[in-house]
Design a protein around this ligand. Structure first.
Ligand code: ADP
Ligand code: MG
Length: 346
């Protein structure tokens, strides 16, 4: 036989074996995966080991919890708690439900920590640029941007305990940049409450991890390259092995937008009123919980690589991966100093 033929047979056998192994991994009995749709995207919950309750019961509990989070925070639902608060007049005390209070408090803390790069009152600008529930017609006039800028500002949302007072007429609260992360954490708490300790919970690519996979190893999480032209073997730009913690990605990259299934998003710099620099394709953040990771990922898109990296390095327990797109469409990755420790040794 020719040497080339031998190699070919070897390659075919190897591929078949790998395929079989992957199938075995998926089919093994002590792993459970539940899936569904929420927040304009999909979710998945992966569990190692056998939970004490049935898959149907667990799915019902997860669905119920997601329903509560959406009824509280969805700006796309005119009957949600947040929509009612946005319709309410200024200078009247508004009592918030427990979920909304937690998320708004976190959003306002992040606004202060980033000096307004993150701002949960940015909604009217998001709409003006054509990305929110009330879609604008596209490129707005500079005068319109300045006019809306005068109507926003996180300092006009005063939260004391569970009472919010809007001190500016027409102030809108938009928690889209952080609510998904909260949803992930909320589902993880449902699992914990049912004695589940080994899981990955994910909504639209943002996730939280705890414990081990069915093989008893830390969960391996691949971070995809934001590059639709990347060959399959090179589609991962990093693999991290986690036993605890959360990862969230924020981006304006073409592929990312399409993956959102019609719910286009855009990130606006509240300080200029304009969308963020298109050269920063996406940011992935590691944090102890997913609400924190989600909020910071959006904030770092606004701060940009230089300012954002300094912000991350000053905060222990937070790591980030910035992906910039060069003029020739090549991607440039920059990791914060602690990020490599999340990856397995090469
Ligand atoms: P995704 O929802 O796709 O995961 P993000 O978490 O980055 O992405 O959230 C993007 C959303 O955040 C936007 O659709 C908008 O509603 C809101 N947003 C945009 N700019 C800002 C900002 N500077 N601060 C806070 N929220 C923002
Ligand atoms: Mg976010």
């Amino acid at each position: 036989m020719q040497r080339r033929t031998v190699w070919l047979i070897f390659a075919v056998v190897l591929l078949a074996a790998l395929g079989f192994w992957r199938q075995w991994q998926v089919l093994q009995p002590d792993a459970l995966t539940l899936r569904g749709e929420t927040m304009g995207t999909t979710y998945s919950v992966r569990i190692a080991g056998r939970p004490a309750l049935s898959a149907e019961r667990l799915q019902a509990l997860l669905t119920e919890r997601l329903g509560q989070v959406n009824a509280s925070m969805s700006t796309w639902d005119p009957r949600s708690e947040i929509s009612r608060i946005n319709a309410a007049p200024a200078d009247t005390p508004l009592r918030l439900g427990a979920d909304l209070r937690i998320v708004l408090a976190a959003a306002l803390a992040l606004s202060r920590a980033t000096d307004g790069a993150f701002d949960p009152t940015v909604g009217p600008l998001v709409n003006l640029w054509g990305f929110g529930p009330d879609r604008g017609s596209g490129e707005p006039l500079p005068g319109a941007v300045a006019e809306i800028q005068r109507r926003i500002g996180y300092r006009h949302a005063e939260l004391e305990g569970d009472v919010l007072t809007k001190t500016r007429e027409g102030l809108q609260i938009d928690l889209s940049a952080i609510a998904k992360g909260f949803g992930v954490d909320a589902l993880a708490r449902v699992l914990e409450a049912n004695g589940i300790r080994d899981y990955v919970v994910e909504i639209g690519g943002d996730l939280v991890v705890r414990g081990h996979n069915p093989q008893g190893q830390p969960w391996g999480i691949g971070i995809e390259r934001p590059d639709e032209a990347a060959p399959p073997g090179e589609a991962l730009q990093a693999v991290v092995r986690l036993e605890a913690g959360a990862l969230a990605t924020s981006g304006t990259y073409r592929r990312f937008k399409r993956a959102q299934g019609g719910v286009r998003h855009h990130i606006i710099d509240p300080r200029t009123g304009y969308p963020t620099q298109p050269t920063l394709a996406e940011v992935t953040v590691y944090a102890p919980d997913c609400m924190t990771a989600d909020g910071i990922a959006t904030a770092l898109m606004v701060l940009g690589v230089r300012e954002g990296m300094a912000w991350v390095e000053a905060r222990p327990g937070i790591e980030a991966l910035f992906v910039e797109e060069g003029a020739d469409r090549t991607l440039r990755r920059q990791f914060s100093s602690g990020f490599p420790a999340l990856q397995p040794p090469q």
